[in-house]
Write a protein that binds this ligand. Structure first.
Ligand code: SER
Length: 317
């Protein structure tokens, strides 16, 4: 049986588009999508799909053995805003799912893992501009703590057991297919939907809050590239800094206004403001650019044009 890829958390914001791309590259029948439920019917009906709870070691193990899965993309997680509401659940899901896949690789059931880290590993004591790869990481969110600890475990499993695990510290990801869920950077997706639907947006971050972001197409390309790179090119086995564009809510508002002149915005920061304030404004990702040729393509205005084009079709406006 040819070796297969398993995506855990395939119905989420990244998983949805990653599944489509991996099926394009490796063939539909070679990419098994899985999630805890069948909430995304387009994805569920688009190829092999299994219900798998990322916290259930046996379910992941059995799927791998039965289908000759050799590569896992572990995309299930509770993000920053939800993690603050449910700290223990975030710890439980984010850490146990990671241990399950690391241990499957340690036991030679699978050969390669992609596990996403995040800019949430940084905290208020981290240098805020052009944040270096190696720097102070004192995260103040549960989500950030799980990602920072996860990075340490990934590096540990690589060093001690030779587990081929690869990771990226994703910035906020902007996309038009599946909605993000429970993150602080979600405003930068919601704003496009609301602009198309109502030409107004009530933003939960302040107008000058600058955060690192990336358009989904770029984020997926980065993920595919790091996984296709030869093992010896991957010098960092915790997680790579990755950057594309940095902008504020005000910047994105002006970018949208070029297409929707009536668009209005108001700012009502909530608890997510302090999370955003603890994260960097911009990221130094030179190591990813050197080691596996990372290069982003979309700037803010290109991304805006693409988002609005797709959402106008979606909302028929
Ligand atoms: N997009 C994530 C969040 O906002 C950061 O990785 O939680």
């Amino acid at each position: 049986m040819s070796s297969k890829i398993l995506i855990i958390g395939a119905c989420g914001q990244i998983g949805t588009e990653l599944t489509i791309k991996l099926r394009e590259i490796y063939g539909v029948s070679n990419v098994i999508a899985s999630d805890i439920n069948t909430r995304n019917l387009d994805l569920v009906n688009s190829g092999p799909f299994e219900i798998i709870d990322a916290k259930n070691y046996n379910a992941i193990h059995d799927c791998c053995v039965q289908n000759n899965v050799k590569t896992i993309y572990l995309m299930a997680a509770l993000l920053s805003a939800t993690g603050e509401k449910y700290p223990m659940e975030a710890w439980d899901l984010n850490m146990n799912s990671l241990f399950h896949v690391l241990n499957l690789a340690k036991d030679n059931v699978i050969d390669r893992i992609f596990w996403p880290s995040s800019i949430a590993v940084f905290g208020p004591t981290t240098p805020i501009d052009n944040t270096p790869q190696h720097t102070i990481c004192e995260p103040t969110t549960v989500y950030g703590i799980t990602k920072q600890v996860g990075e340490r475990w990934c590096e540990y499993y690589w060093e001690k057991y030779g587990v081929d695990v690869r990771s990226i510290r994703y910035p906020g990801i902007i996309s038009h297919k599946a909605m993000p869920g429970g993150g602080t950077t979600d405003y930068a997706v919601e704003i496009y939907h609301e602009a198309v639907k109502k030409a107004s947006y009530n933003c939960f971050l302040a107008e000058d809050t600058e955060l690192p972001m990336v358009f989904m197409e770029d984020a997926i390309r980065a993920t595919v590239h790091i996984m296709q790179a030869p093992s010896d090119a991957i010098e960092i086995r915790s997680a790579y800094n990755l950057a594309a564009i940095s902008f504020t809510p005000k910047d994105i508002y002006h970018s949208i206004k070029k297409h929707i002149p009536d668009f209005t915005i108001n700012y009502n920061p909530d608890f997510r403001q302090s999370i955003a304030d603890s994260w960097p404004s911009s990221i130094d990702d030179s190591k990813a650019r050197e080691d596996w040729n990372w290069k982003h393509e979309f700037d803010l205005d290109q991304m805006t044009a693409e988002m609005l084009k797709h959402l106008k079709v979606k909302y028929n406006s």
